[in-house]
Design a protein around this ligand. Structure first.
Ligand SMILES: *[C@@H]1O[C@H](CO)[C@@H](O)[C@H](O)[C@H]1NC(C)=O
Ligand SMILES: *[C@@H]1O[C@H](CO)[C@@H](O)[C@H](O)[C@H]1NC(C)=O
Length: 892
């Protein structure tokens, strides 16, 4: 829960229902039935919330992009009104409903200028702006607002330095100094009260005669602790303070009663029960000499550390309703056999939760280094490993959180100070590996020489990456079944370790392969045995998924991955269960802020995956339940973990709607099946057949449905996709070995459907981006001191192309430029047979300017349309480049 926002008591008569906020969701928690009703509608974290006097209506607002204000009916949990664009300057920080629920007041964030708006909510299908005023900066950011209980035209708002009394049309301001926390109008008395961080209450009285306006009457020192909440219950003034005490005051601020033994810390909200205090029996006695019973309502109290308690007035029973994570929640893990999920946060709380029964199994508080970063269960469910930000690793009993030694595993305690980022157990539960922010992998082994005592002993550590480690994965060796360990880093290295050869303070690296050229790998998992071959699946920040032969590490397939705004952060295979297609497997994944599902085998069809916003401020980790019915996500800074129910039939239905066979791929081509790109593709395809037989051939032409594999690069380039040599090799291998496992034969040609799949899966997911070229120019070029334009000289460009990266030979260079500049009609090959290199040199000099700017390069050399390079240089949204197609003359 978000402990800075108030918790409301919605009902406490027959059932006890409270409302609290969790990231972008408001939760109605029925404590009696142990159920939650989630009010979902916001896309950004909720920033303020209020309920009507009768608890019927709930209003929530957020402060993200496109911020919304939603009015909910708490009886049904249905949103009844949504107000858009109330505070486009950055959302809402405070809101309040009038006592008759006819008016709603909102205060904007004030990133530019803080605004206050009063909206009329009647008639029901409209909103009427009753008043809007801009609040002077000098008065501080107003963070708390409310209506006068009897007069909707009077408002009271509080900032740290000022209490403002507003009267519609004419806002009048009163000034006073001191750190204010909250203010309240008293309905019965005419005064208003403001509480301060020094434990004082300032009393305001209406100005005599004048139209509205209040003056400060006097400052009353009420207590020593900071008052954090000030509110009214029936005719009493109630305070909550930084020591966790709740105090009740009667007329002339005489203290009548207090709750001070609830063992809470700083109170963040108070909400009173709905039940009228009845009779006098059992109520606490007031502090007067007469000791009369004080009829007060039941109370829901929430604190800064995310504890919510319910206090009954009769008998003074204190019941804890929630005890949640008060700090960033980073880690979740699911038990491999039982319906248990483990959740750990930076506040040091580790909880095991039974998600079937919806109850806590057990919890444990870590105090020495409380910042839990990651959790992992071993495949047998006996051990739960806990990794901390300080580098420590603990292994606890998987169901009881009990541990033999309180301390971290040996070695970690004194030698590692880097935060643990990944942990994994081998399939036989004998090895535990961790990766940390020091870019190193550490290995532990369970030693059970003496029968009774099992101990994890340190085996070795290897600093195997030079950029952060993205994934750590155990596997099984195909022939022997022995465990193997792999890690993948942002440095694009896939490292395999020699477990059998490690030990005695040495972790031995078996192999290290560079797996990407420009893509940065983001995560990795084992591909399920859908084929006879064993594959590793990796994803990259370029939205590509790649299958690698797990033995040879050869890239065997490249596929378009889920494109939902950010690359995948973590993937997990779902266990096989009765739902869904029995011949398929399914995978859950998270991106920066979404959770999604993907159907396997992968084919690049975008309809076979789905995604949904889970934590708008970013998701940190994910776990899948052992039977595959639920996924759990941890939201990091929003202190929230969500449980998602997985519906494979809905996913399959959505995939079926995307079309069969090639249909979804046609729709990925600009213009679709009837579009220009497709026609062009067909033309090139047939042209390529002619070419491969030889243009000058006098033989009878063979028309077939296939082209040779060697022709594929040319057709790709003709279509405006310029793969690197490595990408071409991957593409060739993908086709060549596509049936090798079944038939033992190489494939040497492709047909049009196969070609379309290749094209769609291999080409850049987001097209060629202008900003990438801009970046390249800014890195390679030099800028003119006078004009500030960046350019690359012709000599530098030619030299770079011949010396760096996948360098080109002089001949290739000449060939490329002559085709690009249209000097030779096609491919240049025929031409170059007859031309000498000197001619080529002369030609380059003639046609390429001495200084190449971005514009000449993009427009003049590559031939892309570029309306206004300077404008797009300035604009931040990445424009995608598509080649200008010469439609007038199809290749002959
Ligand atoms: C709680 O809400 C406030 C107001 O929107 C926000 O500033 C804060 O980050 C939230 N805290 C958590 C833990 O989500
Ligand atoms: C892939 O690996 C398997 C062993 O897993 C091996 O038999 C096969 O030859 C490899 N295939 C290729 C194309 O390298």
């Amino acid at each position: 829960m978000n402990s800075t926002l108030p918790v409301f008591c919605l009902q406490d008569d027959e059932r006890l229902v409270i409302l609290y906020v969790c990231a972008h969701i408001a939760v109605m928690y029925d404590h009696t039935a142990n159920t939650q009703h989630l009010l979902q509608g916001h896309c950004s974290p909720i920033s303020c919330v209020c309920v009507s006097e009768d608890r019927r209506w709930l209003v929530t607002a957020d402060r993200g992009q496109d911020s919304l204000v939603i009015v909910w009916d708490t009886y049904t949990g249905i949103p009844v009104r949504t107000l858009f664009d109330c505070h486009p300057e950055g959302g809402t920080v405070a809101l309040a409903l009038s006592h008759d629920s006819k008016h709603l007041v909102m205060v904007g964030t004030g990133e530019v200028q803080q605004r206050l708006c009063v909206w009329g909510l009647e008639p029901a299908n409209q909103r009427v702006l009753c008043c809007m005023t801009e609040l002077p900066d000098a008065f501080g950011t107003q963070r708390h607002i409310l209506f006068h209980p009897n007069d909707n035209t009077q408002l009271l708002s509080t900032s740290e330095s000022r209490v403002l009394f507003h009267q519609w049309q004419s806002s009048t301001f009163n000034k006073a100094v001191g750190a204010f926390s909250q203010s309240v109008f008293h309905s019965g008395w005419t005064q208003a009260f403001s509480a301060t961080a020094l434990g004082n209450v300032l009393i305001w009285a209406p100005k005599a005669g004048a139209a509205g306006g209040y003056t400060a009457l006097k400052l009353v020192p009420l207590q020593d602790n900071a008052i954090t909440v000030l509110t009214q219950m029936d005719s009493y003034i109630v305070t909550g303070d930084s020591k966790g005490h709740v105090k009740f005051y009667g007329s002339s601020l005489k203290m009548l009663s207090h709750y001070s033994d609830m063992n809470l810390d700083c109170i963040s909200s108070l909400s009173f029960g709905t039940k009228e205090p009845s009779g006098a029996l059992g109520h606490p006695q007031d502090c007067t000499l007469a000791a009369k019973p004080l009829p007060i309502r039941n109370l829901v109290v929430s604190t800064d550390t995310a504890v919510v308690v319910h206090v009954t007035s009769e008998g003074g029973r204190v019941q804890t309703l929630l005890r949640e994570h008060a700090d960033s929640l980073q880690a979740v893990a699911c038990h491999p056999h039982h319906p248990i999920v483990a959740m750990g946060s930076n506040s040091g709380i580790l909880k095991l939760w039974d998600y079937e029964q919806k109850q806590l199994v057990c919890s444990r508080l870590f105090q020495k280094d409380p910042r839990i970063q990651c959790l992992a269960y071993d495949p047998h469910g006996v051990h739960l490993a806990v990794g901390f930000a300080g580098g420590g690793v603990c292994v606890l009993h998987g169901c009881s959180l009990h541990s033999e030694e309180m301390d971290s595993l040996p070695y970690c305690t004194h030698s590692i100070t880097h935060s643990v980022t990944h942990m994994a157990f081998s399939h036989d539960s004998l090895y535990l590996a961790t990766a940390d922010e020091g870019r190193a992998v550490t290995l532990f082994r369970l030693c059970c020489e003496e029968k009774e005592e099992q101990r994890w002993s340190y085996q070795g550590r290897h600093h195997s990456h030079y950029l952060p480690i993205q994934e750590l994965l155990f596997g099984e060796q195909l022939d022997t079944g022995l465990p193997r360990l792999l890690s993948l880093g942002q440095d694009r290295r896939l490292v395999e370790y020699d477990l059998q050869g490690s030990g005695g303070d040495r972790l031995v690296v078996l192999s290290a392969e560079r797996v990407e050229q420009s893509g940065v790998p983001t995560c990795m998992c084992w591909y399920p045995p859908l084929t006879t071959e064993s594959f590793l699946l990796t994803t990259s920040h370029l939205y590509k998924m790649k299958l690698y032969n797990s033995t040879t590490k050869m890239c065997r397939k490249t596929l378009l991955g889920p494109c939902f705004g950010s690359p995948l952060r973590k993937m997990m295979l779902l266990p096989k269960n009765s739902e869904g297609d029995p011949s398929a497997r399914y995978m859950a994944y998270i991106t920066t802020d979404k959770v999604g599902l993907q159907i396997l085998p992968l084919d690049g069809n975008p309809h076979r995956c789905s995604a949904q916003l889970c934590h708008s401020t970013g998701v940190t980790s994910m776990a899948v339940s052992h039977e595959g019915r639920y996924a759990f996500t941890a939201g990091g800074t929003d202190c929230t973990a969500f449980c998602w129910e997985i519906s494979l039939s809905a996913l399959e239905a959505a995939a079926a709607l995307g079309g069969k066979d090639l249909e979804p791929f046609y729709s990925l081509l600009e213009g679709g099946r009837d579009g220009e790109l497709f026609r062009e593709m067909e033309d090139y395809f047939y042209y390529s057949q002619l070419r491969s037989q030889g243009m000058d051939s006098m033989e009878t032409r063979q028309v077939s449905t296939h082209i040779p594999l060697a022709e594929v690069p040319f057709v790709m380039r003709a279509l405006g996709f310029y793969p690197t040599e490595q990408e071409l090799e991957d593409m060739q291998n993908e086709v060549k070995f596509s049936r090798y496992a079944e038939t033992g034969q190489y494939v040497t040609q492709v047909d049009l459907p196969e070609f379309i799949r290749l094209f769609v899966n291999h080409r850049p997911a987001q097209g060629l981006q202008l900003h990438e070229l801009q970046w390249a120019f800014s890195v390679l070029g030099e800028s003119h001191t006078a004009t500030g334009h960046t350019h690359i000289t012709r000599d530098t460009l030619l030299e770079l192309l011949q010396a760096r990266g996948e360098h080109m030979t002089e001949e290739e260079l000449a060939e490329c430029f002559s085709s690009l500049l249209g000097v030779s009609p096609e491919g240049g090959r025929l031409e170059w047979g007859r031309t000498s290199w000197q001619d080529a040199d002369a030609l380059l000099e003639k046609d390429i300017p001495e200084e190449i700017t971005l514009e000449t390069f993009v427009k003049g050399i590559l031939g892309f349309p570029l309306s206004n390079p300077e404008a797009s240089l300035a604009s931040t949204n990445a424009s995608s480049l598509t080649p200008a197609r010469d439609t007038s003359a199809p290749p002959t």
